[in-house]
Write a new protein. Structure first.
Length: 489
């Protein structure tokens, strides 16, 4: 196993439950991948994911291993899901409870009501029901390859609403541009552009509003720690600080790994590393058309992250807060056409100390501040980070009426280059490829390599995509394919 992110550890757990001996090689000194944590000057920050959805995915993984998810992780429902600040001064607190959400729309004078929400979320739920069996819970590529799709399954796939963009769909459902903007934001949950990505991505709000959004008491870092503990109990062996240099391929089959100069034999290999990184660095000399095709695809967005220790309390903020720009379309033109940081960015602020007070000193808050950024193409990141910091502070000052800059007593900045270095994600891309095309769902890398036997892929850059529940499903699917195809190998 290459990599100890959530996808890799989920695969290791599933394999260990079936009696497979698993060794996990992780180049960093700890597990978790992007779900990492950082302490500085008395403040603790989650440096990756900040929202948990689809808790049943994690619960099932633990139950299948004879363990109880709730014994390891305490989920805290987010209410509101987020506090949204618009440039016209509107403040809207959304909720997975439709009555509460509808009441918030009325209080904010948004031109929509419960019926509008119900109509849209029912549409999104139908998309989820059509896509989940093939796109999320199993390998779409495997179903197509083995011709296991039945006529009714093809009919469901034709109802994916892929002919129009996510933005066009939202504009058809809602009259108020603020609500359109709020739901367009979900394209960024997999690093995409709502003006290009297919309306199929409405499955993302279907998940959040249907199953709820959660944070974790003690931080998201508790999730990888729980995965690691369970895996170790099942006999999985972790080798931390061990750098995999290449995957050994001979006779069209993965035979093992070269790790820190040593060649280690294996019956099969699962890579939780970024797909581009796997092809570029770990499969040298392997001429593979799947790898070349993946290299040509548009990478997902990355991020600029400011970790701020703020010596004040902001009761008007919730755990999750979004500050929207005036010209949302321009943000995505900047990201995917100009390949630069938006001049007027959306600002996301996550404050875990509102749930876990020990994450900040008394009377203070830990602000995880993130703005969308393009994948790294050699942009002048120091200059872009400085310019973006000014724009972020100006937006916060306008919305909150307070000078946040004067309250910052600790600061760490992460650019796409830093993200690439810390997580081995190619060019700092957070989700592998973007979904800025109708066929995007079919273009993610399959969990089983079609031509190199014994080689399996999982994680955010492989099928079905990024986000903690999806990478966990990715690991499970990769493990199940390995169990199917490697019996007696």
């Amino acid at each position: 196993m290459i990599g100890a992110g959530l996808g890799g550890m989920a695969a290791a757990i599933r394999l260990a439950v079936s009696g497979v001996k698993v060794d996990v090689f992780e180049q960093s000194g700890e597990t978790g991948g992007k779900a990492a944590s950082l302490w500085t000057s008395g403040y603790r920050f989650d440096t990756g994911p900040s929202l948990l959805t689809m808790p049943f995915v994690f619960r099932q993984l633990f139950e299948d291993a004879g363990a109880c998810w709730e014994d390891h992780v305490e989920l805290v429902p987010l209410e509101p899901l987020s506090t949204n600040f618009f440039v016209d001064g509107t403040v809207l607190r959304d909720s997975s409870d439709l009555d509460s959400f509808a009441a918030a729309l009325g209080a904010a004078s948004v031109d929509a009501g419960r019926e509008d929400l119900e109509r849209y979320l029912e549409h999104a739920r139908r998309l989820y029901d059509s896509t989940a069996p093939w796109f999320l819970m199993s390998s779409l590529h495997e179903a197509v390859r083995t011709r296991k799709l039945r006529p009714r399954d093809f009919a469901a796939l034709l109802r994916l609403d892929a002919a129009r963009s996510l933005h066009r769909a939202h504009a058809a459902f809602f009259r108020d541009r603020r609500l359109v903007q709020l739901f367009d934001r979900y394209a960024t949950f997999n690093g995409s552009d709502p003006y290009r990505a297919p309306a199929t991505l409405a499955v993302i709000p279907a998940v959040e509003y249907g199953f709820g959004g959660y944070t974790v008491r003690g931080g998201i870092i508790r999730i990888p720690r729980a995965f690691e503990l369970l895996a170790r109990r099942l006999g999985v062996r972790f080798h931390l600080g061990a750098r995999v240099q290449r995957i050994i391929v001979d006779g069209g089959r993965a035979r093992g790994l070269q790790v820190d100069g040593l060649q280690l034999e294996a019956d099969a290999v699962v890579t939780n590393a970024d797909v581009r990184t796997t092809y570029q660095d770990l499969l040298p000399g392997v001429r593979d058309r799947l790898g070349r095709r993946y290299e040509r695809l548009t990478p997902s967005s990355s991020a600029l992250v400011f970790l701020w220790g703020v010596k004040a309390s902001f009761p008007e903020l919730s755990v999750s807060n979004i500050f929207f720009p005036g010209n949302y379309r321009q943000e995505f033109l900047d990201l995917f056409t100009r390949r630069t940081c938006p001049v007027d960015p959306t600002v996301f602020v996550n404050i875990t100390s509102k749930v876990t007070p020990s994450d900040a000193p008394p009377g203070c808050e830990n602000w995880f501040v993130m703005v969308n950024a393009p994948a790294d193409d050699g942009q002048p990141w120091d200059a872009l980070a400085a310019r973006t910091r000014v724009a972020v502070l100006a937006r916060l000052r306008a919305a909150l009426g307070r000078d946040v800059e004067g309250l910052i007593q600790a600061e760490t900045v992460l650019t796409p280059v830093d993200i690439a270095r810390r997580t081995s994600s190619a060019r700092g891309s957070l989700y592998g490829i973007s979904s800025n095309s109708r066929a995007a769902a079919f273009l993610r890398h399959p969990n089983r390599h079609p031509r190199i036997r014994g080689l399996y892929f999982c994680g955010g850059s492989a099928h079905p995509g990024g986000g903690m529940p999806l990478v966990t499903l990715s690991g499970r699917t990769a493990a199940e394919l390995l169990l199917k195809y490697e019996a007696g190998a």
